[in-house]
Design a protein around this ligand. Structure first.
Ligand code: ZN
Length: 137
């Protein structure tokens, strides 16, 4: 069951340039940086109440974030809904006829399990389903 928005993913050209706005101007709690080599991105996470802000910087030209930046420029990249079980959520979505990018969960940042819905099924908004890992923040 989906019970809240876990985070909003924002594509940026440079973490170094954008981190000060979220950390020092908005005064959000900076949770740290992490490279997710699977997805060729470097991530900076901030906490804002129950919701996290995930800044995504490409680590190479063949990164999906690099092609997003090229096509659309910096901006909101995806919305991530939190569930107790990505596997179960994927079954529900499949049964509802929703097209998926990931039919199986894959590894996200901070030990999470994630899967993406295809934008053609979600009104062009890239939608992530995520299940928190055991890791404490
Ligand atoms: Zn995400």
């Amino acid at each position: 069951m989906i019970h809240k928005i876990n985070h909003i993913g924002i594509a940026v050209s440079s973490l170094k340039d954008q981190i000060p706005f979220y950390r020092d101007a908005l005064n959000l709690t900076f949770l740290g940086e992490e490279t997710v080599s699977d997805q060729k991105v470097r991530i900076a996470m901030f906490q804002c109440g129950e919701v996290k802000i995930e800044l995504l910087e490409p680590t190479g030209e063949n990164s999906p974030i690099a092609s997003f930046l090229e096509k659309k420029g910096p901006g909101i990249h995806h919305i991530a809904y939190e569930t107790d079980s990505v596997e179960k959520e994927l079954e529900t979505l499949k049964a509802a006829g929703v097209r998926l990018i990931d039919s199986q969960p894959r590894n996200g940042a901070h030990g999470t399990k994630i899967a993406f819905v295809h934008p053609s099924s979600s009104g062009k908004i890239l939608t992530e389903i995520c299940e928190p890992g055991g890791e404490k923040e």
